[in-house]
Design a protein around this ligand. Structure first.
Ligand code: 6PG
Length: 211
């Protein structure tokens, strides 16, 4: 599985930790959709946040954790992760991932695929360095090709701050440069959006809802 960074999914990851006994962890490889270019113990580290609520709690269960090394040069970290993903893919039938979790920012970005960035246009590499001007920080991100190489992609989006981006992403014209989550298109077409009523507040179409 590929895990999203950010804060929204941390509650879901904590639930997975609570249900850890129900999963066959030696069969599970955990990857990260993106990482901030900071050490793993830095407060901004996606690995650090996920480690606290999930990975440290399943440490002795046999899962293989594949961390993006945010502490090294972004170009080297991206090249290393690209190689790692390709080696892993060689040992798998297609698609590479069974499940990819993603979030979405209020500007419509997902992973570290920011609007109007060249990262969205990348068709060869599976992991690349990405600079966020808004956040003035370097990241490493899986590309749309890698994130789409999945049986199931689940977006977790909450809060009214995401309502405009969600409306444009789900109901607006296709414009992946402006709304990068639209670039995530698994062959299985299995993209699921789990959103709260605040984030869904501007949606016009009807969708299946779960309570
Ligand atoms: C990251 C994530 C990013 C995140 C969105 C939403 O590294 O921050 O990969 O894409 O999913 O920014 O973040 P929140 O869940 O914190 O709102």
């Amino acid at each position: 599985m590929g895990l999203s960074g950010g804060t929204t999914p941390l509650g879901a990851y904590a639930l997975i930790a609570e249900q850890a006994h129900t999963l066959d962890w030696p069969t599970i490889d955990v990857f990260f959709g993106d990482e901030r270019c900071v050490p793993p113990d830095h407060p901004d580290s996606n690995f650090g946040a996920v480690n606290k609520v999930l990975l440290a709690r399943i440490a002795n269960r046999g899962a293989r954790i594949h961390r993006i090394r945010g502490e090294i040069n972004p170009v080297d970290a991206a090249a290393e992760y690209d190689r790692l993903l390709r080696e892993f893919a060689e040992s798998r039938r297609s698609p590479v991932f069974d499940l990819v979790f993603l979030g979405m920012g209020g500007d419509g970005h997902t992973a570290s695929l920011f609007p109007d960035s060249i990262a969205i246009l990348e068709t060869e590499m599976w992991a690349i360095p990405a600079f966020s001007a808004a956040l003035d920080s370097w990241r490493v991100t899986m590309t749309p090709a890698a994130l789409s190489n999945a049986r199931q992609v689940t977006f977790l989006v909450t809060g009214s701050g995401k309502a405009d981006a969600l409306l444009h992403t789900l109901e607006g014209p296709h414009n992946a440069n402006r709304f990068p989550a639209q670039a995530i298109a698994p062959k299985s077409d299995a993209v699921r959006w789990i959103v709260d009523s605040d984030a869904a507040g501007k949606l016009r179409r009807s969708y299946s809802s779960a309570t």
